[in-house]
Design a protein around this ligand. Structure first.
Ligand SMILES: *Cc1c(COP(=O)(O)O)cnc(C)c1O
Length: 360
């Protein structure tokens, strides 16, 4: 295969995982490394485990299966709420799942029972991001019923913020989770061993020393893969932001006007892109397009280059600031953001090239 290629630097991912795991360990917080953005790529999961994450978490059963089949030695957490239609697979592939619906918990118990297993669950609580989670007022009733289920083990409570609505974790929301946990413990005379409260958006609070002590589990994807916390997308100290590099090939290079002059309607995607008229420019086409990657999430490594736009199969670049330096057949590299990484990993047209320099 040729281009586009996604280069994956496993040593950098391992290093990032080590930095984050050590930081959180110093706060008595265990880290599950989240692999959904890389479609459960086994080499990436192994790099995270070498870096010290205590488990692997993914939102998709196919990804857990992929890692298990590749022999990745880890316990697996299922992040996305289990669908009623696949509870047997959930129990088979995941040692622990995140849950919010009683009907599902009950089905999980039956599925676990029929496979002669116990299945661990974390009950998610809605803390304001309006994605998954039991509303606080329904929590006690849900826990009461869950505790009756014979093949389910309640490991603790969880929450997810900053993913859907972009709601930022705060001391208040984290304390809210701790209070709810204490209410559950008091009501049923049990101890919850896990409060899984944060993802990469929680690192700022950890750094500031404001995370309540009872929060003891984190599910971390972006900070390990791309070296950023996710509230301000600030590069995280001591991590690499360039573990991934997308490389694409120049297939046409001519001087062309920077803006079209003829009458325009919508493009192939129903958009009406704007063009800045900068006269005639060296205009490159790459064999890289929207079917490969979320192009707006790419930043050229050569900062003189500008992305003009993209359709399904092409991305157009303005090479004016690097005029005579590129030829047809050359390649151009980009750093992907989270959306671009997710799309490139998910595209069957992008060749993935994991690289491990350090020998084991
Ligand atoms: C995706 C996901 C995460 C990881 O989030 P990052 O911002 O990549 O760290 C954590 N928890 C859940 C439930 C998720 O779906």
């Amino acid at each position: 295969m040729s281009y586009p290629r996604l280069h994956i630097d496993l040593d950098r991912i391992e290093h990032n995982a080590r930095t984050i795991s050590r930081l959180l360990a110093a706060h008595d917080i265990q880290v599950a490394g989240v692999t959904k953005c890389v479609c459960g790529h086994p080499a990436v999961a192994r790099a995270m485990l070498r870096g010290g994450v205590s488990a692997i978490a993914d939102s998709r059963l196919q990804n857990l299966l992929r890692m298990r089949d590749a022999g990745v030695q880890s316990s697996f957490m299922l992040l996305r709420l289990p669908p009623l239609s696949a509870l047997g697979q959930v129990v088979e592939l995941a040692t622990v799942s995140l849950n919010s619906e009683l009907q599902v918990l009950s089905g999980l118990s039956q599925a676990a029972h029929s496979q002669d297993r116990l299945h661990d669950v974390i009950i998610m609580v809605e803390l304001g991001d309006l994605r998954e989670g039991v509303p606080a007022e329904s929590l006690l009733a849900t826990v009461r019923a869950a505790l009756q289920l014979p093949a389910i083990r309640l490991r603790g409570l969880g929450a997810n913020l900053a993913c859907f609505a972009g709601v930022v974790p705060t001391v208040d929301s984290m304390n809210r989770l701790v209070e709810l946990a204490e209410e559950v413990e008091g009501s049923f005379g049990i101890e919850l061993d896990t409060l899984s409260a944060i993802n990469s958006s929680g690192l700022t609070m950890i750094e500031a020393g404001t995370m309540p002590a009872r929060i003891n589990h984190a599910r971390i994807g972006e900070a390990i893969l791309l070296g950023r916390e996710t509230v301000a997308r600030r590069p995280w100290p001591g991590t690499h932001q360039d573990a991934f590099r997308l490389e694409a090939e120049v297939v046409e290079l001519y001087d062309k006007p920077s803006a079209p002059t003829d009458r325009r309607s919508q493009n192939a995607f129903g958009d009406r892109p704007e063009f800045e008229d900068r006269g005639v420019i060296p205009h490159a086409l790459l064999s890289l397009g929207r079917q490969d990657v979320h192009v707006p999430g790419l930043v050229p490594l050569d900062s003189r280059l500008r992305i003009l736009g993209a359709c399904s199969g092409y991305t157009a670049l303005d090479l004016a600031a690097a005029a005579d330096e590129y030829r047809v057949g050359d390649t151009i590299s980009f750093t992907p953001d989270y959306a671009a990484l997710l799309s490139a990993m998910s595209s069957q047209y992008v060749e993935k090239r994991p690289l491990q320099r350090r020998s084991l």
